[in-house]
Design a protein around this ligand. Structure first.
Ligand SMILES: *[C@@H]1O[C@H](CO)[C@@H](O)[C@H](O)[C@H]1NC(C)=O
Ligand SMILES: *[C@@H]1O[C@H](CO)[C@@H](O)[C@H](O)[C@H]1NC(C)=O
Ligand SMILES: *[C@@H]1O[C@H](CO)[C@@H](O)[C@H](O)[C@H]1NC(C)=O
Ligand SMILES: *[C@@H]1O[C@H](CO)[C@@H](O)[C@H](O)[C@H]1NC(C)=O
Ligand SMILES: *[C@@H]1O[C@H](CO)[C@@H](O)[C@H](O)[C@H]1NC(C)=O
Ligand SMILES: *[C@@H]1O[C@H](CO)[C@@H](O)[C@H](O)[C@H]1NC(C)=O
Ligand SMILES: *[C@@H]1O[C@H](CO)[C@@H](O)[C@H](O)[C@H]1NC(C)=O
Ligand SMILES: *[C@@H]1O[C@H](CO)[C@@H](O)[C@H](O)[C@H]1NC(C)=O
Length: 890
């Protein structure tokens, strides 16, 4: 059977490749699915449409289906505003919309008052310093340069917690009879989900959207005739193990839901208010019942609309008592804020209660178009308005491709980011869409590729939504991270975070509390089966600082840089100044990290390429951004310069021509590990891509001084990339590894390999709702959103590149169409941003550019720019504010 057909009919997948994480939980989930399926069977879908529904965007910018969704991860359609998220199956008589609140987490200090971010006790500091020294000595002296254990440095994860689902909104119409002319779709121009069908002589339309400015979500029902009576209720029981909330009538048109993420745990509240045109709204309480589980008596209530309104809608707002402002020592790291009631009531009392439905909706359209519309892409796609999205993805083939679907997935990635990142917290491993109480990998912030990838497209595709990420570093990571620097590393300036995950969790596919960076400042190095590969990653914040520097480089927003960007970079750089040590193994006069390993990959050794390249880039960012920062700490700048020049740059060519992953030449040729850690300087970094012999050369190799040429470095990186395989290793088959490979091949200007990896990733890892799936062959797979959000970044990297440079004086090279596949031979992009505060418009035909224009919006420094196409410099200029430059001959 064709692979595509399997994706289309997930029910037919015979085997589960992994052991389900929790049988009881899985059974409940299946029960919930069955309930929904039985419901759909009862409705009896008599006929299906074969054309996109009326009202579907004529440019094809949307997803559409001819049957309601069945499986959450495969079928449900996402809406969100960053604060709240919702997944809709597109039900008819009954719609069960699954809900999320961005900060609703079980665990942490809410569950365990002794929770301390996974840190060592201050009393253990001396012992840690001694252990660190012991491990370092062992590596210096080891015959292989490796050791196999650093477990003394790790700590138990404690009550790490998990992002949790927040129950369901159940909307029910009192109607029966055969359903015809059914369709549902997600409009990506306007960020709204719709379902329409004909039943009992009327055509019904249900619309769901979440508005960012009002922080509310709204679901609206209307029909061509008067509506039957209808009701709205909240249900939590479908979310396995989720404490039953108290649901009460707040007033005659408003439901109030109050509950806890866990017992004990974080409190949350929803308020949902129903409005209608015509008819009568009422709220009825059911008598309190004693919940069978341990959390005591609960109440329930339902809102009803009778008297045949012509339309009815519910707007809901929600919040928790989580507060990032209380994540520091002054607040005892409690992360606890006020009871959410006052805040959610204030939100509900605004436009959701006062504006008409049409004005609520049009304000949302305007906001969303403003959020994503500054940038547009055309890759020559032809909308296929006669083919539902599940058929499009189900018939997609590697290498053959389909520009329409690729364009759609590009827009979908930006849609998902705009719908999940614009809250208080950044987009997590699930965006903000998560089901149940045990979200895969806790729905946390894996910062060794996954969260980075989430934001790949943000700067270049002109999405102004990255700031919550930086505020999260500032308020969630830095305070506890300073404690970790002190207790674990005996470093008294700056801060550090780690990123790791229990190996057994991944392999057994078990969602036991997994271990990484969550929202309670978990910065320690967590014990994980004595596996340093998961635990030892003190460079996680260094990688994230690439995004901080890039944001300034793209926007030239000096005020932001001074107040938030620079302090973040200075904090992380300060820590690493103290953590680098002279290399006593090679005795080559360099400074190295030790003990280190690649993210999620051993050995435990010294001078790991990934860390050395990233820290070098961080130190360059300090130098490049110092003048604009207003900081007068020149001693710090000088120390950064001195140690940067002295440090090992993490670039060595090994015995089989590979770029070495570790300073000891020990890479295995068959290592198809999912991560491309040592190629970080190829993409998204620049230590390889913009290798500069005068800055990175003159290294000691086998006893003699050597300076590699740029082409030697690029060739070695290419050898390593080839040996890493196509992202289906024995260790995983996920979408993000293919997107990373696609972007890396684009960086090497290899259109064939770029398109192969991109199309292979789309073929292999995306379900019918176009969500990226961790294991595409599972009947009920889990979502990992990084590949969705990384896909636009990979596509952009094939069309326009302007990678960072080590110094402001180094020319910024902007390459047009570096890896254009023949499938996209004509197209255009408008409103792209590149470094240096520049905007770019680009058009191409027959595989070559026809016009490229550059506008310097903001510019804090003048810098040299070269525009390149096909290895030829087609223009050179120096930036200055307001400069405009159009190129039409190539
Ligand atoms: C911590 O570092 C300081 C400064 O380098 C050093 O003097 C001190 O001995 C170290 N503490 C321990 C416990 O090793
Ligand atoms: C549903 O509609 C039927 C037929 O119109 C009516 O008899 C019944 O009372 C309604 N039920 C509710 C809960 O409104
Ligand atoms: C409340 O009642 C509704 C409708 O009767 C039901 O669907 C829902 O599951 C109940 N909620 C809880 C939390 O029990
Ligand atoms: C529901 O209300 C009861 C009575 O006030 C209270 O004891 C219980 O803790 C509440 N439960 C939740 C989940 O809020
Ligand atoms: C370094 O020297 C060793 C021993 O002579 C040799 O095996 C290895 O290939 C050399 N490495 C490089 C990169 O030349
Ligand atoms: C690669 O080859 C080495 C040496 O032959 C072997 O020990 C190792 O298990 C292989 N690794 C993989 C991932 O196949
Ligand atoms: C991916 O790589 C594996 C292992 O080399 C190979 O068997 C498979 O055919 C490749 N698939 C694609 C689509 O590149
Ligand atoms: C792209 O990479 C493949 C695999 O290494 C290679 O065979 C091919 O020649 C490369 N194409 C270009 C244009 O460099």
């Amino acid at each position: 059977m064709a692979h595509g057909a399997r994706l289309l009919f997930p029910d037919n997948v015979p085997e589960l490749l992994f052991v389900p994480y929790n049988y009881a939980l899985a059974a409940l989930e299946v029960l919930a699915m069955r309930t929904l399926r039985t419901l759909f069977a009862a409705i009896g879908l008599a006929s299906v449409t074969v054309a996109a529904p009326p009202g579907f965007p004529t440019n094809g910018n949307g997803l559409w289906y001819t049957i309601p969704g069945k499986i959450w991860s495969l079928d449900y359609l996402p809406v969100g505003n960053g604060f709240l998220a919702a997944m809709t199956p597109g039900g008819t008589v009954q719609e069960a919309t699954q809900l999320n609140i961005e900060s609703l987490w079980a665990g942490g200090p809410f569950q365990d008052p002794t929770y301390n971010g996974g840190n060592k006790q201050p009393s253990e500091r001396t012992a840690m310093a001694a252990a660190m020294q012991q491990y370092r000595d062992a590596i210096w002296d080891s015959p292989t340069g490796n050791i196999d254990d650093i477990s003394t440095l790790t700590t138990d994860a404690g009550d790490y917690g998990s992002y949790v689902g927040a129950g369901y909104l159940v909307s029910t119409l009192n109607i029966s009879g055969a359903v015809t002319d059914y369709s549902r779709w997600l409009d990506l121009n306007q960020a709204i989900a719709r379902a329409t069908w004909t039943q009992a002589g009327s055509t019904f339309t249900r619309e769901t959207f979440c508005s960012n400015p009002t922080q509310a979500c709204t679901q609206h029902i209307s029909s061509t005739g008067a509506l039957p009576s209808l009701s709205f209720a909240f249900a939590s029981s479908i979310e396995a193990s989720f404490p039953t909330p108290n649901i009460t009538c707040f007033d005659s048109s408003t439901l109030r839901v109050q509950g806890f993420a866990s017992i004990p745990g974080m409190a949350y509240e929803f308020l949902g208010r129903v409005r209608s045109t015509g008819g009568h709204i009422s709220c009825a309480s059911a008598p309190a019942v004693s919940d069978p589980a341990l959390w005591g008596p609960t109440t329930n209530a339902t809102l009803s609309v009778t008297g045949h309104p012509s339309e009815a809608w519910i707007s809901w707002v929600g919040g928790t008592d989580f507060s990032q402002d209380a994540g520091d020592a002054a607040h005892g790291f409690t992360f606890r804020g006020a009871d959410p009631h006052v805040a959610v009531l204030a939100l509900l009392s605004g436009p959701p209660s006062t504006a008409t439905y049409t004005s609520l909706r049009s304000a949302h359209f305007t906001d969303f178009e403003g959020a994503v519309g500054a940038f547009t892409l055309d890759i020559g796609q032809k909308p296929q308005l006669g083919t539902p999205t599940d058929v499009l993805i189900g018939t997609y083939q590697t290498d053959v491709g389909n520009p329409y679907l690729e364009w759609l997935m590009f827009n979908y990635g930006r849609y998902l980011l705009a719908s999940s990142a614009r809250g208080e917290l950044p987009a997590n491993l699930q965006g903000k869409w998560a089901l149940d109480t045990q979200t895969p990998w806790s729905g946390d912030y894996h910062s060794n590729i996954n969260i980075q990838m989430n934001y790949w497209s943000a700067e270049m595709s002109n999405l102004n939504l990255i700031n919550p990420l930086f505020t999260y570093f500032e308020k969630n990571w830095a305070p506890r991270g300073a404690e970790t620097a002190w207790t674990l590393y005996n470093v008294s300036r700056g801060w550090v975070t780690h990123n790791e995950m229990n190996a057994r969790v991944l392999l057994a596919f078990s969602f036991l509390p997994s271990i990484s960076l969550q929202i309670f400042g978990h910065t320690g190095m967590k014990a994980a089966d004595n596996s340093a590969s998961w635990a030892n990653y003190p460079e996680s914040a260094v990688w994230m600082m690439v995004h901080v520097w890039d944001h300034f480089d793209y926007t030239n927003d000096v005020n932001w840089w001074k107040s938030q960007g620079w302090p973040l970079i200075k904090g992380v750089a300060s820590f690493h100044l103290d953590k680098l040590v002279p290399d006593l193994r090679f005795n080559d006069g360099t400074l190295v990290v030790i003990p280190c390993n690649s993210p999620e990959q051993n050995p435990i050794t010294l001078g790991c390429a990934h860390a050395q390249q990233l820290i070098w880039q961080l130190f360059n960012a300090v130098e490049k951004g110092f003048d604009a920062s207003g900081d007068t700490d020149t001693a710090f700048l000088e120390e950064v310069r001195t140690k940067r020049d002295a440090m090992d740059k993490g670039l060595r060519i090994g015995w089989w021509g590979q770029l070495q992953e570790w300073k000891v030449d020990q890479d295995m040729q068959n290592d198809t590990h999912r991560h491309l850690s040592h190629l970080i300087g190829l993409y998204p970094g620049y230590a390889i891509t913009n290798y500069e012999p005068t800055l990175q050369g003159n290294i000691l190799v086998n006893g003699s001084r050597t300076t590699y040429t740029k082409s030697e470095i690029i060739d070695a990186a290419t050898v390593s990339l080839i040996h890493r395989g196509n992202g289906t290793g024995p260790d995983a088959d996920s979408g993000w590894e293919k997107m990373w490979r696609a972007a890396s091949w684009a960086q090497l200007q290899n259109a064939t390999e770029f398109y192969h990896e991109l199309t292979y990733g789309i073929f292999e890892n995306f379900g019918s709702s176009l969500f990226s799936l961790y294991d595409p062959f599972d009947a009920d797979p889990i979502i990992q959103i990084d590949a969705n959000l990384g896909l636009p970044g990979a596509i952009l990297n094939a069309l326009l590149q302007a990678p960072d440079v080590p110094t402001i004086a180094t020319p910024l090279v902007i390459t047009l169409l570096p890896a254009l596949p023949s499938q996209w031979s004509s197209g255009a992009m408008k409103g792209a941003r590149v470094r240096g505060g520049m905007m770019v418009d680009l058009q191409w035909e027959g595989g070559s550019p026809t016009s490229a224009s550059f506008t310097v919006d903001a510019s804090v420094v003048t810098r040299p720019v070269q525009v390149v196409h096909g290895n030829k410099i087609v223009a050179s200029f120096t930036t200055s504010p307001g400069l405009k430059k159009t190129i039409t001959s190539f």
